[in-house]
Write a protein that binds this ligand. Structure first.
Ligand code: EPS
Length: 390
């Protein structure tokens, strides 16, 4: 069964829900890990007042017995403390769509001049459910030594140049966790904090570039046989599905356009002493491909970069039109964030993880963790013994 999930819930409704289907039975669910990811998603300099109200935690409503999965759909619920959807005073109609937001297109789509219904579901509060689903999938990945590391790479004129490798990411995690904007060096962190502070003074907002590295991914996940099953295509769709994301790149990404082939493709060497690693000894001196070739993992770390646009709710407003009168107005303001870039890095980390877990289960399969472990070990053993004797 394909691993998949849907989410439900509105920003100011009773809560957010994720229903995850396709996990094998017998997986130990680390709820503390899931809640830690949810807390990371709430943090970051530039977040608005809402995060001081919420304490996100996942409650398991189905599919888990005594801490392990049972094989059926797992339902995770995150309660909204700021639940007030049915209160028309506290949650009023909105008629002045915000440029950049779903407000205008959604109102026309659902044939209403009230943007409220659209904005409630379009809200990035929904990413809490996606983080919960991704963190659950990571419980599975971690059993096979696959780890994800996400952080903020750049924003405005700030760019952190620290290189992330299999050897240093554990140490960098502590730097990231100490940074209020999820960056990997103190200098860049402070510069970005200053910019976000300035944006707040200017009643403006800030986006940025976020990066996810996935380590220990075995060679051969995904497929080249069908366009929509290519793992890079699935990762790209998952990342572009995050609210406010406008671009996704794998490995070198757009930079490939500006180099010749000999400066892009990662040379292959074989190192028998590294046969036990995810690349089975097929070592690459560079990783411009970002761990994906032909829609399949090549055993090198999977590297994804996402671009988040600045938040579209500006305290100063932007030119817009009243949907009832068609008069020129300034767009509506709702309590919002100045920047959610640190949160976006947590979201991307977890949606990428989910796609890797889905491809992992497709390759190694099985109804139970016992079967999955056996199939994984046997398949990797066969691959290590190539060429196989008839
Ligand atoms: C959001 C608007 C703000 C953000 C929200 C996303 O919500 P509120 O209007 O309640 O202040 O805080 O993000 C979250 C609540 C969250 O948990 O990430 C929007 O319009 O997208």
């Amino acid at each position: 069964m394909t691993l998949r999930y849907i989410t439900a819930g509105e920003s100011h409704g009773p809560g957010m829900i994720a229903v995850i289907e396709g996990l094998p039975a017998g997986l130990t669910v680390d709820t503390a890990f899931i809640d830690r990811e949810l807390q990371r998603r709430q943090a970051g300099y530039g977040r608005g007042g809402r995060q001081r109200m919420e304490t996100d935690a996942a409650e398991i409503l189905s599919g888990v017995m005594r801490g392990t999965t049972m094989g059926g759909p797992v339902t995770l619920r995150i309660l909204n403390k700021d639940s007030r959807l049915d209160d028309a005073v506290k949650t009023p109609s909105v008629h002045q769509p915000r440029p950049g937001h779903a407000d205008l297109a959604g109102s026309v789509k659902w044939l209403t001049t009230d943007c409220r219904a659209t904005l409630e579901r379009a809200s990035a509060r929904e990413t809490a459910a996606r983080v919960a689903a991704g963190a659950l999938a990571r419980c599975l990945l971690r059993e096979f030594g696959i780890e994800c590391f996400g952080f903020v790479r750049a924003s405005l004129d700030v760019r952190c140049t620290v290189e992330v490798t299999c050897d240093n990411w554990h140490n960098l995690r502590a730097v990231r966790d100490a940074s209020d904007v999820g960056m990997l060096c103190e200098k860049s962190s402070q510069q970005l904090i200053d910019h976000i502070h300035q944006a707040k003074m200017d009643k403006d907002t800030v986006g940025g570039l976020v990066e996810t590295h996935v380590f220990g991914v075995p060679i051969g996940l995904g497929t080249c046989v069908q366009w929509n099953q290519r793992l890079d295509s699935r990762i790209a769709a998952a990342v572009m599905g995050i609210q406010a994301f406008k671009a996704v790149e794998i490995g070198l990404g757009r930079e490939c356009a500006f180099r010749t082939g000999s400066n892009v493709h990662d040379p292959i060497v074989f190192d028998a002493s590294k046969r036990g690693e995810s690349h089975l000894g097929f070592v690459r001196s560079t990783n411009n491909a970002g761990g994906l070739e032909g829609g399949m993992t090549n055993g090198m770390p999977v590297v994804v970069t996402g671009t988040m646009k600045p938040i579209s709710t500006l305290l100063r407003g932007l030119p817009s039109v009243d949907l009832n009168t068609k008069a020129a107005v300034t767009s509506a303001y709702e309590r919002s964030d100045i920047s959610a870039i640190a949160a976006a890095s947590v979201v991307m980390e977890n949606v990428v993880a989910f796609e890797i877990a889905s491809a992992f289960l497709e390759k190694f399969g099985g109804d139970s963790m016992v079967q999955l472990r056996a199939s994984h070990a046997a398949t990797m053993d066969l691959a290590r013994r190539l060429p196989l004797q008839a």
